[in-house]
Design a protein around this ligand. Structure first.
Ligand code: PGA
Length: 235
C-alpha cells in the first residue's frame, strides 16, 4: 500500500486526477471504477478541465460506479447517476452508453447486482477503482457487517451514513435507507485501487482501516490485502 498525506484538498484532488488521467492516457480503453460523495468532486473537476484542454480523451473509456440509492430514478437530483452525469459525464467526451451505475429502481436489486457483476466480468474487470471512505468505514455502501459480501448487492444503510448524507437531502427523513452497492469481489479484483479521504473527521477511520485489524466491521480494512492500493489523505 502507498499512503500519501498531502497538504490540502486541492493537492489531493490534483494527485488523484493525475493517477486516473495517467491510467486513461496509457490505456485509452480503460475500465474505470468511479465513486460519488463530496471527496471526488475536486478530482472530477480536474479531469473535466484536462479533457476540455484536450489532454485526456475519454472517448474509449468505460466506467462502472460503485453504488446507487434504492428507489431513486436517474432524473432525481440526489441519485448517483444524476451526480455522475452532472459532475463528470456531461462535461467530458465520454460515450454515455459506456457509463454504468447500478439501477436503484430495479424491482429485484439482488438480480440487478448479479447482472452488474456479470457486466464487469465481461469487460475484463476494473483497471482502477476510485473509492471514498465513510465514517463507518464503508467503501461503496458496504457497511460494517459480520462478513465481507462479494457480489453487488442491496444494503440497508447504517444510521451514521444516513446522518452524513442528510446534508445533501436537506432533511434526514428524505435520505433513502436502502441502496445497492458493488461488493468486495469487484473492488478487490480491480487491478488498482485509489482511496481518497479528506478532512480531520476521516483521520480516525482511515487509521483504523489501514493500520488496524482486517475485519468486516471496518469494511475498508480489506484493502490492506489489495496488491496495488494507493491512499491519498489530507487533514
Ligand atoms: P464523502 O463520502 O466523500 O461525501 O465524505 C465518502 C463515502 O461515504 O464514501
Amino acid at each position: 500500500m502507498k499512503m500519501f498525506l498531502v497538504k490540502n484538498y486541492e493537492e489531493l484532488s490534483r494527485k488523484a486526477a493525475g493517477i486516473l488521467a495517467a491510467q486513461v492516457i496509457s490505456k485509452p480503453n480503460s475500465i474505470l471504477g468511479l465513486a460519488t460523495g463530496s471527496t471526488p468532486l475536486g478530482t472530477y473537476a480536474n479531469l473535466v478541465e484536462w479533457c476540455k484542454n484536450g489532454d485526456v480523451d475519454f472517448s474509449n473509456v468505460t466506467t462502472f460506479n460503485l453504488d446507487e440509492y434504492a428507489g431513486l430514478s436517474e432524473e432525481n437530483d440526489q441519485s448517483y447517476r444524476y451526480f455522475m452525469n452532472t459532475n463528470l459525464f456531461d462535461q467530458i467526451n465520454i460515450d454515455k452508453a459506456k457509463t454504468h451505475v447500478p439501477n436503484g429502481k430495479a424491482a429485484d436489486l439482488t438480480a440487478e447486482g448479479l447482472q452488474y457483476d456479470q457486466m464487469i466480468r465481461e469487460h475484463g474487470g476494473i483497471d482502477i477503482q476510485l473509492l471514498g471512505i465513510g465514517h463507518s468505514g464503508h467503501i461503496g455502501f458496504n457497511e460494517p457487517d459480520d462478513v465481507f459480501v462479494g457480489s453487488t448487492h442491496p444494503v440497508t444503510l447504517v444510521e451514521q451514513t444516513i446522518q452524513a448524507n442528510a446534508r445533501f437531502f436537506g432533511s434526514i427523513d428524505k435520505v433513502p435507507t436502502m441502496a445497492i452497492t458493488m461488493g468486495m469481489t469487484s473492488i478487490m479484483q480491480a487491478k488498482k485501487v485509489l482511496l481518497i479521504a479528506n478532512g480531520q473527521d476521516k483521520k480516525e477511520i482511515v487509521e483504523k482501516a489501514f493500520y488496524g485489524p482486517i475485519t468486516p466491521k471496518v469494511p475498508a480494512s480489506i484493502l490492506q490485502l489489495h496488491p496495488d492500493c494507493t491512499v491519498i489523505c489530507s487533514w
